[in-house]
Unconditional design. Structure first.
Length: 258
């Protein structure tokens, strides 16, 4: 039983993570499938593009809860079932990977930011709040949600190591799981990284940046026809005389005097 329990727990966590609440909430609220518009990503940010803030907030909360609940259950009641830190790490990864590759929705899931936050809150409330603080700080300063997610992903394992032993007990299996989630998050944001480097990423509360128009040339050279030389009065009169039509000859015959 102890041999298969960690695997079974990880599989159950994966199935819970496979519940794509962006699609489920949109269907229940009569909205379009979030995979059919915007970025095509079934996540809270794309649901917000539908115009329904309520649906976006509900999606965000449920995506976080499905990462939080499996981890918390194993953390609190796992030891009596023979589930230790290794099983807890597998459950954390299972719930997160389920969101990225949901078996119920053709293995096409979201980027996993909210689910990762829920997993971290389940591991330690202080860890989750610390990473959320990083996200909020970067988002407020830069106004880029993707940049905030990337820096929070990089900061999660660093914070887990630095504050381990003070706010929580650092465990090697959990560190490996957190590092794995961070790597997957960065990979899922590959397109966002490209847009950030090109200056094309959209900001929070604003549209896409306007394309820069090429600057107008400062100096333009126009081809002009050469002006004719100025003529004096004598030349003008001579030309006018040359162009004057000849006088018609008289048709009357002169009579000779007898």
């Amino acid at each position: 039983m102890n041999v298969f329990a960690p695997v079974l727990a990880a599989v159950l966590a994966y199935l819970v993570g496979s519940l794509s609440f962006a699609v489920i909430v949109s269907r229940v609220m009569g909205l379009n499938d979030p995979r059919s518009y915007g970025s095509g990503n079934p996540g809270a940010t794309n649901v917000l593009r539908s115009g329904s803030k309520a649906a976006a907030v509900l999606t965000l909360l449920l995506d976080a809860v499905k990462g939080f609940i499996p981890v918390l259950v194993v953390k609190l009641w796992g030891p009596q079932w023979g589930l230790g830190d290794g099983a807890l790490a597998l459950v954390a990864l299972g719930a997160f990977v389920g969101h990225l590759f949901p078996v119920f929705f053709g293995f096409k899931g979201g980027k996993g930011v909210a689910t990762a936050l829920g997993v971290l809150l389940g591991i330690s409330g202080w860890l989750g709040l610390s990473v959320l603080g990083v996200w909020l700080a970067v988002a407020l300063v830069s106004r880029y949600s993707s940049l905030a997610a990337l820096l929070a992903s990089l900061g999660a394992p660093v914070l887990y190591i630095l504050l381990g032993g003070t706010l929580w007990n650092m465990e090697q299996p959990l560190l490996v799981a957190i590092m794995g989630m961070s790597a997957l998050l960065i990979w899922r944001h590959a397109q966002n990284i490209g847009r950030l480097l090109r200056g094309e990423e959209s900001r929070i509360g604003g549209g896409k940046p306007k394309e820069k128009k090429p600057p107008k040339p400062v100096l333009t050279i126009r081809k002009t026809k050469p002006r004719p030389p100025v003529k004096n009065a004598a030349q003008v009169m001579a030309e006018m005389g040359a162009k004057a039509p000849p006088k018609p000859r008289s048709t009357k015959k002169h009579k000779h005097k007898k």
